[in-house]
Design a protein around this ligand. Structure first.
Ligand code: PLP
Length: 373
């Protein structure tokens, strides 16, 4: 045989290698007798992380996608023309833009309600096809009662779908399917990765038909998570509970610390009711004192331990201004409607020494107070 032909067909027999960690299956194609067929359909690394996420979320089915946004798109695809899509008012900016584009195209009414207020749940209309929300919300970390929303909506329309973006709560602290959600989804880019080095999404359900639709959608639209990302996520998930517990401890202590600072008007922290939500970390929002808001850029610059940007749930501290970052795609009116001003600051706490973090924030405030004078 020609050496090139030989080279092309050379493979080691790894069927008895029995590695402790699953290797990366960086293969787009599988032999015709493999259950994986083609990586756009499925792949061993993707199947492995899906199984791990389903265990965490206590869901029957899980589908891994390329990003959190592609998981959201998959959920929206469950709607047909007409009727209403109800969305909670406080929501990630890109999600809102996606809802607007999608409903415009299909002639669906988009209704934004503040569902953290119990009476507003009664405003959900009878022609609702889907209710989609985050809890705690981005921004402001408001608490939405999944059960109340689900019970009321299903009374009006038993076929309506309740979709919860569970990214910020994480399945360690909240399992929406238990409370009446039909679909729960995640940006795996955040807490599951935990190191700001992977893009991923997950969509979970207990409903077999929905699961089949998600698998078909992923295969035909090409939204699968790629094997190396799946492998990295599996690695990260092994320390997920440890990271989250530490994030929780630090976030709680930082809440008390921030509340004691005269430069801060209000700190936003979610309602941990011990039922729906049993814990929380790593992000906090605060309102800066009005006279300091103009100095936000200098404040962010003065911080030595905080990088700027959309990173969150990672091992180092991050600071962001939702107005110009996560919600920059919204119009001025939409921001106003959400109560989103330039003084709202988002902090992600990493694993730096907590006293160093406090000193860093105190120093940055004293620098801008000096500029102010
Ligand atoms: N859902 C929430 C709550 C988010 O905060 C984000 C991104 O910040 C997304 C979804 C989108 O996820 P991704 O960036 O992985 O597409």
């Amino acid at each position: 045989m020609d050496k090139i032909s030989k080279l092309l067909h050379s493979r080691i027999d790894d069927s008895e290698a029995y590695p402790v960690v699953t290797p990366i299956y960086q293969s787009s194609a599988f032999q015709s007798n493999s259950p994986f067929f083609y990586t756009r359909k499925n792949n061993p690394n993707v199947a492995e992380i899906e199984n791990a996420v389903a265990i965490l979320e206590e869901a029957k089915y899980c589908v891994g996608t390329s990003t959190g946004m592609s998981a959201i798109a998959m959920a929206l695809e469950q709607m047909g023309p007409g009727g209403t899509l109800v969305v909670n008012k406080d929501v990630y900016g890109c999600s809102l833009k996606t809802f607007q584009k999608f409903t415009d195209k299909l002639g669906i009414q988009l209704l934004a309600l503040d569902l953290s207020i119990a009476e507003n749940i009664l405003l959900i209309p009878a022609d609702t096809q889907m209710v989609i929300f985050e809890t705690p919300t981005n921004p402001f970390l408001k608490h939405l009662d999944i059960k109340k929303i689900s019970v009321h909506t299903k009374k009006l329309n038993p076929n309506a779908l309740i979709v919860v973006d569970n990214t910020w709560a994480t399945p360690l602290f909240q399992q929406p399917l238990k409370w009446g959600a039909d679909i729960t989804l995640h940006s795996g880019t955040k807490y599951f990765s935990g190191h700001s080095d992977v893009m991923a999404g997950f969509i979970l359900t207990d409903n077999e038909k929905l699961h089949k639709d998600f698998c078909d959608h992923r295969f035909f639209f090409g939204a699968i998570l790629e094997p190396f990302s799946a492998w990295l996520l599996k690695r990260s998930l092994q320390t997920f509970a440890l990271r989250m517990r530490e994030h929780q401890r630090v976030t709680l202590e930082m809440k008390t610390f921030l509340e004691s600072l005269p430069q801060i008007k209000k700190v936003y922290y979610p309602l941990i009711d011990g039922k729906q939500l049993t814990g929380y970390g790593t992000l906090l929002f605060f309102d800066m004192r009005e006279d300091l808001i103009q100095h936000y850029p200098e404040f962010a610059k003065a911080l030595k331990l905080f990088d700027t940007g959309t990173g969150m749930a990672c091992v180092t501290c991050m600071i962001a201004q939702p107005y110009s970052g996560s919600h920059s795609s919204l119009s001025e009116n939409e921001k106003l409607d959400m109560g989103l001003g330039k003084g709202l600051v988002r902090l992600n706490f990493g694993f730096e020494d907590i006293e160093d973090i406090k000193t860093d924030i105190k120093n940055a405030f004293s620098i801008i107070e000096k500029i102010q004078k």
